[in-house]
Design a protein around this ligand. Sequence first.
Ligand code: CTP
Length: 408
Amino acid sequence: MLQGKKIILGITGSIAAYKAAYLIRGLVKKGAEVQVVITPAGKEFITPITLSALSSHPVISEFFSNRDGSWHSHVDLGLWADAMVIAPATASTIGKMAHGIADNMLVTTYLSCKAPVFIAPAMDLDMFAHPATQQNLEILKGFGNYIIEPGEGELASHLVGKGRMEEPDKILEVLEDFFSSGQELQKKKIVITAGPTYEKIDPVRFIGNYSSGKMGFALAEACAKRGADVTLITGPVSLSTIHPHIHRIDVESAEEMYGMAMQLFPQADAGILCAAVADYRPAVVADKKIKRESNENMTLELTANPDIAASMGAIKKPHQVLVGFALETNDELTHATDKLNRKNLDFIVLNSLREEGAGFRGDTNKISIIDANGNVKEFSLQLKTAVAEDIIDHLVVTLKNKSVLFEA
Ligand code: CTP
């Protein structure tokens, strides 16, 4: 699995740096090409000569290798890699990565890296348990980075606890797993709706809502990263997509979104309905700007929009998976279960506005997943990017179960 893979190995200033030598040997043995980037503190723990001898490449540490104007391009390096592994990763480097403090070659390379990033923390147990470190790790998880949790045992301080960098063999296993099974959604076509809809009142006004589209965009990235072909039908948002396998279709109103979704869903393996669709639109759209009238009140007549999720649920074939969202303020479980059944969904992602940090606009969410058998799985408050990974894990399992039962 690692044959021919290009790996950047980032090494930072920790006693566990000696383990990096074993890791390089293991990677090279399995056919990977390894380029070491080391922080200045890392060099205090292991010499570049050892590392370059094992990797057969000069070790990179400084921006400028010679005083002749030539420099190491962190951009080229970041684009070269199939994966970046930071092992050992100190609390300091983890903090810099989480906050974009690019004051050394390792962190600049990390910020330029488009490949998956694996982080193997190594530090004293109290440093690891400190909320600062834990929050930084959560941020990195939210960026889609993989954290290889440290093990428990005797630490350099002779204290016993969690903080030992994971053994090189285990890190190799994680990488092999990733390259063999990271593409669980390969060849799957997934249609995702995201963002708000705008329902025109007149040429300058609309009815809309506060949806930012962040959750739907995070889901699109998470699916594409796992190999899916994604079509993202989005209402008006100020977000951009990153992954090349996301085909974005911009729409404005619920009717436009409905039209695209119904056209694309029959060829898809799954649909994820994350858009905050306006339930109603003005019955008549004025062709000229509506003028202020002398009377105090104004009445706008509204007519119902199509229910995209329910319409897709009605044409869903047995092998297809349909996922909906429910944002509730009260009787959450009852309302979400009702929507799940009414719209013929396979599972529904519930978020309650009563939970702090959940819902739209923000960067975080706290969800529960309810499936068609009534099973409820609760998750903790996380960044939307991390929430997306949990939802897609569930989707992968649901698709797998269905493909055992029904042929596409
Ligand atoms: N949905 C949709 N089309 C609509 C309304 C909702 O596709 N016209 C989808 C949403 O994207 C979401 C799910 O249906 O996945 C539930 O949305 P919600 O607005 O909570 O459901 P409604 O049926 O409109 O119920 P409510 O009365 O709570 O507004």
